[in-house]
Design a protein around this ligand. Sequence first.
Ligand SMILES: Nc1nc2c(ncn2[C@@H]2O[C@H](COP(=O)(O)OP(=O)(O)OP(=O)(O)O)[C@@H](O)[C@H]2O)c(=O)[nH]1
Ligand SMILES: [Zn+2]
Length: 368
Amino acid sequence: MQRIRRALTDLRRGEPVHLDNGPASVIILALEMFQSSVLPTLDGMTRRTPRLVLRDHRARAVGLDIGDEQDLAFPCHDPGLLADPVGLGLGDELPDALADHAERALTAERAGLALARSGGLLPALVSLPVDTGSGLLEAAINEMEILSVTPRAVADFTRMAHEPPVRVSEAQVPLEPSESARFVVYREADGLHEHVAVLIGDPAQWPAAPSLRLHSACLTGDLFGSLRCDCGEQLRNAVAMIREDGGGVLLYLAQEGRGIGLANKLRAYGLQDTGLDTVDADQRLGFGPDERRYESAAAILRDLGLTRIRLVTNNPEKIAALEAAGIGIEGRSAVHGLMNPHNQRYLTAKADRAGHWLDAVITDSASR
Ligand SMILES: Nc1nc2c(ncn2[C@@H]2O[C@H](COP(=O)(O)OP(=O)(O)OP(=O)(O)O)[C@@H](O)[C@H]2O)c(=O)[nH]1
Ligand SMILES: [Zn+2]
């Protein structure tokens, strides 16, 4: 596990990582940090043309017919050309010359994509098939210059994200909309993320099915009141609603940007500024329409003794996901957000593309 954590850090810093899968081993680098100057340092360890590895979402988003879902690799002589996050690497279509040579990604490359996802990186890699004949790579690994991990260790690590988070600390934190509030911090089993359960009101007095809000982190909206979304408004309204409903829980989930992370959300904003909607922008980056999972949320609810709740949401997927995880949903309350000229397109796209209910969105740009 320690090695995987270091591998994540190395990738995030632009360092190479060896994915050991016998004769089909590769050295990978995160595309977003890639600099061509790293290639000569790997001379003698790798043989063939570098490959660009992308997730199927990205390939589909640029119109490649790739049949069944699978991650892809393309031979690419100069990956540096594709590394500029606002240049050819993300915003544009894939060049035909690349698309014509698409192959299914190797097991080791798929594991690399999973690592990149866990590390909040763009799911795009430069992959260098290793030269097993040379002793140079072994020497670099032995001297810890290049970290070596196996696809199996990566799979074990990513599976930990579905294990129940651990309760680590708690305290009373009176809030403006509810003076009675207790913050309880939960840490994911993989140690990467922390979620916060905000218990509103006195749990002993809660109704049989207390109100629950699942709120995904949004630094821009929650903290800075960004007008590109309605998150900050929803966050504060939800606390007041839960208090008025007799108490319940607001789960503040570390799922920034629908699970793609802050860096990628800002990239997606950049793409939206060129005309793509919120779903297409994420797909162009290599992400599905919604990368969030709710097993951890359900585990936290069970830890708090909540198995029947009323959900405060406009998102039908959250209802389905919690039900699938065994939480009984007794009803739904809409949560109010404000529509303004900056978030109108985003809110409409959520309704049109992901089936969100817009009934509680207030069109009130004049109040801003
Ligand atoms: N990828 C991406 N994420 C976004 C964008 N705009 C907002 N977000 C994120 O979307 C998430 C919104 O989360 P929630 O408030 O739980 O909202 P929701 O899925 O709309 O569901 P409800 O509010 O419950 O109806 C937050 O993590 C935001 O950071 C965007 O354009 N792209
Ligand atoms: Zn937001």
